[in-house]
Design a binder for this molecule. Sequence first.
Ligand SMILES: NC(=O)C1=CN([C@@H]2O[C@H](COP(=O)(O)OP(=O)(O)OC[C@H]3O[C@@H](n4cnc5c(N)ncnc54)[C@H](OP(=O)(O)O)[C@@H]3O)[C@@H](O)[C@H]2O)C=CC1
Ligand SMILES: [Fe+3]
Length: 306
Amino acid sequence: MHSAMDEPLLAAEVSEPGSRPDPGGPVIGIIGSGDFSRSLAARLVASGFRVVVGSRAPGRVASAAFPARVELCSQGEAAQRADRLLFVAVYPEHYHSLLGLSQQLQGKVLVDVSNASSLSRPEQSNAERLAQLFPQSSVVKGFNVLSAWALQAGAHDGNRQVPICSDEADSKAAVLQLARRLGFSPVDVGGLCAARDVEEAPLVLFPSWGRPVLLTFLLFLFFYGYNFLRHILLPFLDQGENNFYQLPLVTVNETLPAVAIVTLALVYLPAQVWWRLSSSWPGEPNIRDSLVGWTAGCAVGSSWAY
Ligand SMILES: NC(=O)C1=CN([C@@H]2O[C@H](COP(=O)(O)OP(=O)(O)OC[C@H]3O[C@@H](n4cnc5c(N)ncnc54)[C@H](OP(=O)(O)O)[C@@H]3O)[C@@H](O)[C@H]2O)C=CC1
Ligand SMILES: [Fe+3]
């Protein structure tokens, strides 16, 4: 029996990640001709894909804004011509203006690239709203964590993980595959209910840093208090020595190395101890694997220690 799983997800299936798809393969559509659309189109073309961009007014879009191989057309035409995947690169408040395209978008995969505008945790994510507006299409959330600049620059540096979620497994697989072809590292984060977190991810500054910062601050207070007692208060009470002028500089300087060494120990010692203990239990590879994770996860903490 023929199933959707038998169909190739994208243009010519290529097994090696570095290889390019067949330029005569399926067409990828983008609705909207703004910053994100331009960068995405450039990246898709550079990766060997055919691209159609649908604009409300294609005649008014500066043709130099897009690579020569990108075709600019009306939104309806782009929706029609895209074989399977269509990126919705318009702001969520304008999604309803696309309702007239429902017919052409039927059965297509809509990739919602929008970000949350605040961390107010609305009831519905943008992607869920898009899915509600277009029940005949399947919606995949993804690519929103990439800035237009990062899309153009490509995955040369740093962290280029792209969380992707959807309720439709086939559609999600197609977008995961596309992200990989563009040189990014897609991460399947589950169903569309995860979209709210994905949309808020670009707004969260230094995720997971709260506790390390608090712990470091408490350690600082502890050692500062200890040094104050030992070098300032006790000599003053004992011998009347006035060392209070040392508080802003000398005491801080005495405190910082202690904080650093304790933080470093907190970061590495638990993993080291467990590692040694677990190496004496030969049948416990899972514990060792999780320790590798622990040590890697301590990178954030170690930067504080330095
Ligand atoms: N810029 C970035 O770095 C990033 C953007 N994003 C997301 O991508 C989406 C697009 O962002 P961006 O490209 O920067 O935005 P722009 O303002 O640059 O472009 C938005 C485009 O939407 C189109 N559009 C369609 N319908 C309407 C409408 N009714 N009113 C106004 N515009 C409409 C317009 O294209 P036309 O006139 O041709 O129809 C316009 O160019 C947003 O959801 C954003 O959150 C996500 C990550 C990064
Ligand atoms: Fe280190």
